[in-house]
Design a protein. Structure first.
Length: 122
């Protein structure tokens, strides 16, 4: 193989590598989008049962899916939020997962802490 042929091969490989990198980045975006859609699908499947349980067994008066709250520059998103302000004066936050992982408990604690900060300032 001559020097010129080697240089041409290396240049060709560099072009091919750039295209591969672009395709991998695009695939990553698509996979991320599928994850979001699957999460929404899971939440949608769980919501009717969640509503029934929260209203009938826990006496919640209002149950809402995908609640999003903005305060200042901060945003809090909840998969399911339910509350009753009459006799019970309670609220429930439900985080829906298709597969429960240990990190989900840490995530839920963070959500609860942020919820308290949003609504009580503590």
């Amino acid at each position: 193989m001559t020097d010129d042929e080697l240089k041409e091969l290396v240049a060709s490989l560099a072009v091919t590598q750039k295209e591969t990198d672009r395709q991998l980045k695009e695939l990553g975006k698509q996979i991320g989008g599928l994850g979001e859609k699957f999460g929404g699908f899971t939440e949608g499947m769980a919501f009717p049962s969640m509503t029934k349980i929260l209203t009938e067994q826990f006496g919640m008066e209002i149950v809402t899916p995908r609640m999003k709250v903005k305060k200042g520059g901060d945003t809090l998103e909840l998969d399911v939020f339910a509350y009753a302000n009459s006799e019970r004066n309670e609220a429930f936050i439900v985080e829906v997962k298709s597969h429960l992982q240990p990190e989900a408990l840490t995530q839920l604690r963070t959500i609860l802490t942020r919820f308290r900060q949003f609504f009580t300032g503590t």
